[in-house]
Design a protein. Structure first.
Length: 233
């Protein structure tokens, strides 16, 4: 994962023009395939948002089993941000945005299964990064995301920005399930690699699921990250 903040000024300008449904702005980054740099773009954008936030910025990693965002900050993703701090319950007293199959966990209160999703304040910033507590799951148990509009409305009230890192569509449809909850969706593509048909197909999928695509980041990792403001057509 790389720090791309110095290359995302136009992305920031476009996202800042989004009109939130209520409360803080909510923007999602997604790609068609793995390895296109989506997590680098999302984390970098979230750091930019945190510096401008009066309340806080929440960085939500929808790839619950990997927790790649949390691991990146834990491993010193950027020099001017600290390590993740203590865990806070991210359930926000609402139904969780995930389900467990079979339900329940082995220990704790009857509601323990609803509190596996946490956020951690990144020291020296106003950024909170999500983590799913996979270690509390039973052997063979599965976790699946589900749409919970009330949770998204609640987190918007708690934060100035909600930045969502969705897994690539080739890996999981999780981003599509949450697209309708966003103010805008930004597609990340590896420049000179992802084909136009693939890009158009992803845009169509997002819009079919109620999302609004506001642009693309054409990403060359470590070389360039150019933003195309609002897709034509």
């Amino acid at each position: 994962m790389r720090d791309l903040r110095h290359k995302l000024d136009r992305t920031w300008m476009t996202a800042s023009r989004l009109t939130p449904q209520s409360g803080g702005r909510c923007v999602m980054f997604i790609s068609a395939r793995e390895g296109e740099g989506t997590s680098s773009v999302a984390a970098s954008f979230a750091l930019m948002a945190a510096r401008k936030s009066q309340k806080s910025t929440w960085l939500i990693d929808l790839d619950l089993r990997r927790n790649a965002m949390f691991a990146a900050f834990e491993n010193g993703f950027v020099r001017d941000a600290g390590e993740p701090g203590r865990a806070f319950d991210a359930s926000l007293k609402t139904d969780p945005i995930y389900t467990l199959t079979p339900p329940g966990v082995d220990r704790g209160s009857p509601n323990a299964a609803n509190k596996l999703f946490t956020v951690h304040e990144i020291k020296k910033t106003r950024l909170l990064v999500s983590r799913f507590r996979n270690e509390e799951m039973r052997a063979g148990q599965r976790v699946q995301l589900r749409t919970q509009p009330e949770w998204w409305r609640t987190v918007r009230r708690a934060a100035d920005w909600v930045v969502v890192d969705a897994p690539a569509l080739s890996r999981s449809p999780a981003g599509l399930a949450m697209a309708a909850q966003m103010d805008g969706v930004i597609i990340v593509m590896e420049a000179d690699s992802t084909g136009a048909e693939e890009l158009i197909g992803l845009r169509r999928e997002i819009e079919t699921h109620g999302g609004t695509v506001v642009g693309i980041v054409m990403n060359r990792m470590g070389a360039d990250a150019r933003f195309a403001d609002r897709l034509a057509g």
